[in-house]
Structures are given as C-alpha cells and as structure tokens.
Design a protein around this ligand. Structure first.
Ligand code: SF4
Ligand code: SF4
Length: 280
C-alpha cells in the first residue's frame, strides 16, 4: 500500500521529533527515551510493557501493507541515516538505458523512486524569486515559533528529570504536609538531603531545560518548515529518479528492471568506475 507523498512527509517528521527529544533528555540527564520506547525490545525479551509490545506487533502487521514503517516513520536512527545518505559516496542510480517501464517504481517498498513529472505551472522568474524570499522568511519564523513553544513547554518537559520531580514533591510536601510522605521524599530526607541543596540542583537543571527546550523547539520548527517547503516544490523530472533520503538500499528494484535483466546478472551490483551502483 503506497502512502501519498504528503502522508509520508508528515509521518517522516516523527523520527526527527523523537531524535530531538532523545537528545534533549540525554543532554539534561533526564531519560533515555530511545531505549524506553523501543517497541521491539519487549518482544525479544518476551516481557515488558504490554502496550509497547502490542504496538510492536501492530508495526509488524503494518509492515505487510507499507514498507518498513518503523524505520521510516519512527526510528530516530532512520532520521540520521536519511540525512547522511544525501552525502553517501556509493549509491544506486537509474540506468541511463532506462525505458521508463515503471517496474522499479512499482517494486520499491518505500516509494523511493520518483516517476517522471512535468511541472505544467510555468513560473515567471520574478515569481520564483518571490517564492524563494518567502522561504527565507518562513524558515526563521517557524524556527522562532518552535523556539518559543519549546521554551514555554520547558517547565512541563523538565518533569522527566528525577531531581526536578523530587524538588516539586518536596516543596509540595512542605506546603501540604502529609502523614505518609511519598517514598522518594522519605528517602531524600533519610539520606540527609537538604531543601536548599535540592533547590539549587533543580534550578540549574531548570535553566538547562529552558535553553535546550528552546533549541529543540527551534529545530522542530525547522524540520516542519523544511518538510512543508519540500512538499510545495514541484520540479520537472524527465526520467525516473531515486530519492536517496528514502532509499534503504534493499536492491529490490534491481531484479525488476528489464534493462538490468537483459545485461549480465553478475554486473548487477558491480561498482562502476564513477563509484556508484547502477540499476544496470
Ligand atoms: S534499492 Fe530498494 S529502497 Fe532503494 S530504490 Fe531500489 S527498491 Fe527502493
Ligand atoms: S525498471 Fe529499469 S527500465 Fe524500468 S523504469 Fe526502472 S530503471 Fe527504467
């Protein structure tokens, strides 16, 4: 089941958000969410959070309908790979003897082969410049909006940190003393902890959260803006093209290409002189 470009692009934002939050929580020594929210760990360990295991099972079922949903739409490592694949030295390309049969396009499990497209909207040079300027304004505006939202959310986000949580529990307990204190508060006092020292620690972490959440928000704003800009750009393609950020180098298209089959099969994965792999 092929997902539309817009849906794929929208879902493709999730791994970036996941990665940005993972770095935010790691940088503030709060939580390691990449391990915590891995939907497959529970399956391999035959235990763990039931909801997460069910989610992992759901992803496996979904992969029967769309290629590698976890890698494409959730995995933060997948986000990094797609970024760095832009700069990869050895990568596949469409054969120069392509006969536009569409077979590779239909065979690709992750919709990484773009068909030829004719952009019928002829843009005047002036309009093109205007559009470019609009992008230059749009990017910083989205980054600023994201930074603002991140800063505003920093208080809630900082709850993930155990010292912040403890400090809030202790101060709450000071305002409304309970007969039975929460375990963490009891342990804190029994270990000789002082509120002043905890307050100083929480203030330091709170400041870190403010700064990092602002940066995280700005980055999320940029990711959203770049995705929207990518979606809005309509470019003429004279032939089939590989989207290297989406290609997972599974090689499936090789076996579908009639031009490839026509040639010697041993040349299928030959490293050509230009240093790239060809469907040839
Ligand atoms: S190698 Fe696999 S993912 Fe890449 S374009 Fe070919 S079929 Fe698609
Ligand atoms: S399968 Fe081969 S010939 Fe057909 S469109 Fe793809 S690259 Fe071209």
């Amino acid at each position: 089941m092929g997902l539309s470009k817009a849906v794929s692009a929208a879902l493709g934002i999730i791994p970036w958000i996941y990665l940005i939050f993972a770095v935010l929580y790691a940088a503030t020594r709060s939580s390691f969410i990449i391990c915590r929210f891995d939907p497959f760990i529970g399956i391999f360990r035959m235990g763990g959070d039931a909801g997460m295991v069910a989610f992992g099972g759901l992803l496996l079922v979904a992969s029967a309908f769309t290629g590698r949903p976890f890698c494409r739409f959730l995995c933060p490592y997948g986000a990094l790979l797609s970024l760095f694949s832009r700069f990869s030295i050895w990568r596949i390309s469409i054969t120069p003897s392509c006969i536009s049969c569409e077979l590779c396009h239909n065979a690709c499990p992750v919709a990484a082969i773009r068909p030829p497209y004719e952009n019928k909207v002829k843009e005047r040079r002036r309009d093109g410049v205007k559009r470019l300027l609009a992008y230059f304004v749009f990017l910083p505006v989205m980054a600023l909006a994201g930074a603002l939202a991140g800063r505003m959310a920093s208080h809630s986000l900082s709850t993930a940190n155990k010292d912040i949580r403890l400090y809030r529990q202790v101060t709450q307990n000071e305002i409304n003393p309970r007969d039975i204190q929460p375990v963490d508060v009891e342990v804190f006092f029994s270990q000789g902890g002082t509120i002043d020292e905890l307050e100083a620690r929480a203030a330091k972490i709170g400041t870190e959260f403010k700064a990092y959440s602002t940066v995280a928000g700005a980055l999320i704003g940029l990711v959203v803006a770049i995705t929207l800009i990518n979606l809005s750009v309509k470019r003429t393609r004279k032939t089939y093209e590989i989207d290297h950020t989406a290609c997972v180098a599974c090689g499936r298209c090789f076996g579908y290409c009639p031009q490839n089959i026509k040639n010697d099969m041993s040349k299928k994965r030959q490293h050509n002189s230009s240093g790239s792999w060809e469907i040839d």
